[in-house]
Design a protein around this ligand. Structure first.
Ligand code: ADP
Ligand code: MG
Ligand code: MG
Length: 253
């Protein structure tokens, strides 16, 4: 049983040498293993900032609060330590690493997280099988990391990592953005396999309710102006689908 806790988190985005702006204004959220929490909300409400701040992105600074994974302070861990502790943050992975093949990159990631290198043949088999499940071409394994990946390929790659790394807690930011319906289904099935094969807790950040038709959330939270404005069950997503975010957006904003 894993518990992921975000407590009173405030964070600034660092804009220039001495310019900063507070984006997160006190975020509280607890995710237990096996649960899927959808974080929804208008554009610019700070959803990605929450993900980046937890990932330790240098452009964001947490000024108050804490983030705990099974009671351990995530914010004091290096990026590697976060991964080894079982936290999966899709966007922390390298943007583009030309010269390093996808298969080597994935095997090193798996080695870092598991603490020992998987047997090559076994890993290749697992990789090929998971790629097939995600409708990723076999030639992909030989390509450079993220080199010339399309938006859809990047998203499939995120889920490929999720399935291979088997984290305790995964934060997925806009995994559905830019995907056509077929790709959305493939990616959603990958998330659902990860859920079925382990007890992973998931924070699924999305602007649109569309993905929630495929990946069923246990809880839905509306993010507005840097904090959670409302929480509910899956029915809240249906309500947002009908009503939009209007009542959560400040007049004149
Ligand atoms: P969301 O993911 O909900 O659309 P973001 O977290 O991306 O929202 O953005 C929240 C606010 O923070 C926006 O007003 C955005 O312009 C600002 N912001 C985020 N990152 C940066 C950045 N690197 N530089 C300047 N402003 C930023
Ligand atoms: Mg489950
Ligand atoms: Mg965003």
């Amino acid at each position: 049983m894993t518990k992921f806790e975000i407590r009173g988190v405030r964070a600034d985005v660092l804009i220039g040498a001495d310019e900063r702006q507070e984006i997160l204004k006190g975020v509280d959220l607890t995710i237990d293993s096996g649960q899927t929490h959808a974080i929804m909300g208008p554009n610019g409400s700070g959803k990605s900032t929450l993900a980046y701040a937890i990932a330790g992105h240098p452009k964001y600074e947490i000024t108050a609060g804490e983030v705990l994974l099974d009671g351990e302070n995530v914010l004091e861990m290096s990026v590697d330590e976060r991964a080894r502790a079982g936290l999966f943050l899709a966007m922390q992975y390298p943007v583009e690493v030309p010269g390093v093949s996808m298969s080597n990159f994935l095997r090193s990631s798996v080695t870092a997280v598991r603490g020992e290198a998987p047997k090559l043949r076994q890993f290749s088999k697992e990789l090929q099988g998971t790629m097939k499940d995600l409708s990723i071409e076999a030639s992909f394994a030989a390509r450079g990391v993220n080199e010339g990946f399309s938006g859809g390929e990047k998203k499939r790659h995120e889920i490929l990592q999720l399935e291979l790394l088997k984290p305790k807690m995964a934060i997925l930011d806009e995994t559905d953005s830019g995907l056509d319906v077929d790709a959305l289904k493939v990616v959603s099935e990958g998330i659902n396999r990860a859920k079925a094969n382990s007890d992973v807790g998931i924070m699924l950040i999305t602007h649109y309710t569309r993905i929630l038709n495929y990946v069923k959330p246990d809880f839905v939270h509306v993010f507005a102006d840097g904090r959670i404005a409302e929480s509910g069950g899956p029915e809240l997503a249906d309500r947002l689908e009908n009503e939009g975010y209007e009542r959560f957006v400040k007049a004149g904003a």
